[in-house]
Design a protein around this ligand. Structure first.
Ligand code: ARG
Ligand code: ZN
Length: 853
């Protein structure tokens, strides 16, 4: 049954306090819950408690067993006479049979929980909704040898030994919280401890808990945690509020990590790192996710969401905050480039496809399906636009106001925007459309100039395409940072200005412009839109060399490459020389930032080219892209060699400079291979063998996998043997092969799905193979439909174990409108086959059926 935002009602009963008592055992865990409940206002409603797969073994009211309760579907309903009662329930659950990884489950012999969004109801009966805020006291009893460590939210308040080899621990969290933030961990874990002293002098005990063997891989995460705590004090004035902060890493996890109060639980891939097993990309992701979850303590926990339609209130804002943190650790320009590339790769396609939804959705069938790039990443862009419009000082005043006014409450997106308005002294009524209208706005920009120092006229127009359920759109507020540069002198002709395009169209006049101007627009990607301009290839090349905004330089080069690739894919004569010259100029330019150079010269992905075409031609795009790669590789062969040598380093170090060099070295190796150089495989294999870090080893392996041949097989075998038993690294082994550009990738992936190390039970492994294959545009879209059939088979199998993770991997099949009729028919047939599966989950059903509409 579909849930609508408009149907929100405050909870009928509040639960100010909850005592939980767990008798932990993987096969049969007893859960006793004691809820103090209070009637919320004058009404005669009974107490309704959510449950999923639970059977009440006992129900007591004020200490007395009762039997006048009943079930409404999966809900337990208890009639209550007075306005305040103590209600106790008892259930038994089996963590070791929980393959969904929601609620209490077993991972690697330990027990852990995941409750967001609606997993708590799989543990105990409770009003499992984010606007019921409760103070938790948690007692755990377990076998002391199997589960020596017992953790929960808040502060530890007691522990002790029991006869028969069992022990107990009790935790108390003084901060009222919604049930989705509950967490418990029981296991055999080692800890890397640290401390952080807050600016008001609170000494916080930090702990990163992992398997003993993984302890040496936790320093980076611990360091990132300390940096995050200091950053949030400095940049947002937010201090930590408990005496302990624990993070636990588990191998089986449905997504990245979870911000449970005082006890974050992480996918181990976002904690464990050492140079031999983690790439620079992994190191950055770990710091970003550690920061993200830590920042949730204020944006999510102290202030939570009234209902799940407000999810972006905490996620969009927290992503914006973690992006700011990461930008401050290294190069803000490179960070912005990475974030925009991610937005274009995941959110733009979502926004133009069958699963498009507003940042604040109106309805859902399964809330887990709304943990999307739109809620997270587009949501972050909304916050960024408000920050841009307000300016840094007003924005900080607005977030202070928000944290102050809504602390301890369950708030809405509207509450947040109202604080921005109040502190900024501005009217954001029209801006609110960003929360309600789906779809990526398109902006057209054309610039005219009267020769001889006359006026320049910039014409801007916007259009928001229709999305499911929203055929007609209103004009939005698009904050566009722009600037003009002189085509002759290369000098700026104007200051940068912020234009708010809030009408269907707008004309901006610049008087007495001395020379022909070139338009730099949407600088820093100030609005998450698609810009269509009439800038010539020469102008784009000019901007790629002269723009003073690094993002705009990158963007101009990307557009130049994209135009070339689109022309090539459409079978038009593609002018490679323009791109070659622009790349040469960038490489020869005065930039010293290796990472920026690497980004600037990298050509757009096959998927991104596909997104520009009315009908995606996977083979045509691949051919056009390989041709441009080859042209760049060949024409600039000397430069790639020189860079490759220049970026070779002595022993591994971890610094922005060293990371940038490794990134550029990987790009250079890719171009050397693309040029068809006969020694490319040797070079890559030598790098693979000599590497003292995973970044260099992985980039060599990717190159070899694309080249194929004996060196490829040798490298794959050595990699596999070297890392046998290391699940996170084996994921890379699977993923690299699934992303291969080779012709036989479909067959390779099908074979890998039968490999003894492949399992659908572990989400990381499933994503490494199935998820990566789904975004390999050419391999997945094989004309015979074998890729579609493979994905559908895997999703149907995975759905029986883990519906959430299955549903997340479905979107590639929903792209059928973007392809030729033959492929579209094949994809639709697979979607229909999925929808028809008896007993399909609500998760996968919602995604598949919406994709067919
Ligand atoms: N709140 C977590 C985070 O963003 C993610 C929870 C995802 N939950 C889900 N049902 N997909 O850090
Ligand atoms: Zn989050």
């Amino acid at each position: 049954s579909v849930i609508h935002r408009a149907d929100y009602r405050p909870p009928a009963w509040r639960v100010p306090e909850l005592a939980l008592d767990f008798d932990l055992d993987p096969a049969a865990t007893r859960v006793r819950a004691t809820l103090s409940v209070e009637r919320g206002g004058a009404h005669g409603e009974p107490l309704r408690l959510d449950g999923e797969g639970l059977t009440p073994l006992a129900v007591r009211v004020d200490g007395v067993a009762v039997n006048d309760w009943w079930m409404e579907g999966e809900r337990l309903v208890v009639p209550l006479a007075g306005d305040a009662h103590r209600v106790e329930t008892e259930v038994e659950i089996a963590p070791d049979r929980n393959t969904q990884l929601m609620g209490l489950y077993a991972s690697g012999g330990n027990l852990c929980t995941q409750c967001e969004a609606e997993g708590f109801r799989r543990i105990t009966f409770f009003p499992d909704r984010p606007d019921v805020l409760t103070v938790y006291r948690v007692r755990m009893t377990a076998d002391a040898r199997r589960f020596p460590v017992l953790l929960s939210n808040g502060d530890p308040v007691g522990q002790g030994e029991l006869p028969d080899g069992r022990h107990w621990a009790e935790w108390h969290d003084p901060f009222p919280k919604p049930s989705y933030l509950f967490a418990l961990v029981a296991g055999d874990l080692a800890v890397n401890r640290g401390t952080f002293t807050t600016r008001s002098g609170r000494v916080v005990q930090l702990g990163i808990w992992v398997r003993a063997a993984d302890l040496p891989k936790t320093d980076h995460a611990l360091h990132a945690l300390k940096l995050s705590m200091a950053w949030d004090e400095r940049v947002y004035g937010r201090e930590y509020d408990l005496d302990v902060f624990n993070i636990v890493a588990v191998d089986d996890f449905n997504f990245g990590a979870m911000e449970n109060k005082g006890l974050n639980i992480f996918n181990s891939r976002y904690i464990l790192a050492d140079p031999d097993t983690a790439t620079d990309y992994d190191y950055d992701a770990i710091a970003a996710v550690v920061a993200h979850e830590y920042f949730h303590n204020w944006s999510g926990n102290r202030i939570t969401c009234r209902d799940w339609f407000q999810l972006s209130l905490k996620e969009g804002f927290t992503v914006y905050r973690d992006q700011g943190f990461s930008a401050d650790q290294g190069s803000p320009a490179v960070k912005r480039i990475e974030d925009v590339r991610g937005l274009r790769a995941s959110q733009f396609p979502e926004d133009s496809g069958p699963l498009a939804h507003p940042v604040r959705p109106e309805a859902y069938l399964e809330i887990s399906n709304f943990y999307t790039a739109t809620i997270y990443n587009k949501g972050a862009e909304l916050i960024r636009m408000m920050a841009t419009i307000l300016g840094p000082q007003s924005f900080r005043a607005a977030t202070d106001l928000y944290f102050d006014r809504f602390d301890g409450t369950a708030a809405t997106c509207e509450d947040f925007v109202a604080c921005m308005e109040e502190a900024g002294g501005i009217d954001l009524s029209q801006f609110r459309l960003w929360y309600s209208q789906a779809g990526t706005p398109r902006v057209s920009a054309s610039l005219e100039h009267q020769a001889g120092g006359g006026r320049a006229t910039l014409r801007l127009a916007q259009h928001v395409p229709p999305t499911p359920g929203q055929p007609v759109k209103q004009s939005m507020v698009l904050p566009l940072r722009l600037r003009l540069f002189g085509a002759q002198t290369g000098q700026p002709l104007t200051d940068e200005q912020l234009v708010l395009l809030d009408q269907p169209s707008k004309t901006i006049v610049f008087e007495t412009v001395a020379e022909r101007p070139v338009l730099s627009i949407n600088r820093g990607f100030s609005a998450p839109v698609v810009v269509e301009s009439d800038r010539s290839p020469a102008d784009l090349a000019f901007l790629s060399a002269h723009d003073d905004d690094p993002f705009a330089r990158y963007e101009a080069m990307q557009q130049l490459m994209l135009d070339t690739l689109v022309a090539g894919a459409l079978g038009d004569a593609a002018d490679h020389q323009g791109v070659v010259d622009a790349v040469a100029r960038t490489l020869d330019g005065p930039d010293l930032d290796w990472a920026f150079l690497a980004e600037a010269v990298l050509i757009p992905s096959e998927n991104f080219v596909g997104d520009q075409l009315a009908v995606v031609d996977p083979q045509g795009i691949h051919t056009a892209r390989e041709a441009l790669r080859q042209a760049l590789g060949t024409a600039l062969a000397d430069r790639w060699r020189a860079l490759y040598d220049q970026t070779g380093q002595g022993a591994y170090t971890y610094s922005p400079e060293a990371k940038g060099k490794r990134r550029l070295r990987g790009v250079a190796l890719g171009y050397i291979a693309a040029s068809g150089a006969p020694d490319a495989a040797d070079l890559a294999f030598r790098q693979f063998e000599a590497a003292d870090n995973m970044t260099d080893r992985q980039s060599a392996l990717s190159t070899l996998v694309n080249l194929g041949g004996p060196a490829c097989q040798a490298a794959l075998d050595r990699f596999y043997t070297r890392y046998a038993g290391n699940a996170l690294v084996l994921d890379k082994w699977f993923q690299t092969q699934a992303l291969s550009s080779r012709d036989d990738t479909g067959a390779v992936v099908a074979a890998l799905a039968r490999h003894p190390d492949f399992t659908l039970a572990n989400p990381n492994r499933a994503r490494a193979l199935i998820g990566a294959f789904g975004v390999n545009q050419r391999a997945f879209n094989a004309a015979d439909g074998s890729g579609y059939r493979f994905l559908a088979d895997q999703l149907i199998a995975l759905d029986r174990l883990n519906p959430q993770t299955a549903a997340k991997l479905l979107p590639p099949l929903g792209r059928w409108r973007r392809f030729d009729a033959a492929r579209a028919d094949l994809m639709r047939a697979e979607l229909q086959r999925i929808v028809a599966v008896p007993g399909l989950s609500r998760d996968l059903y919602e995604q598949a059926s919406k994709s067919l509409e």
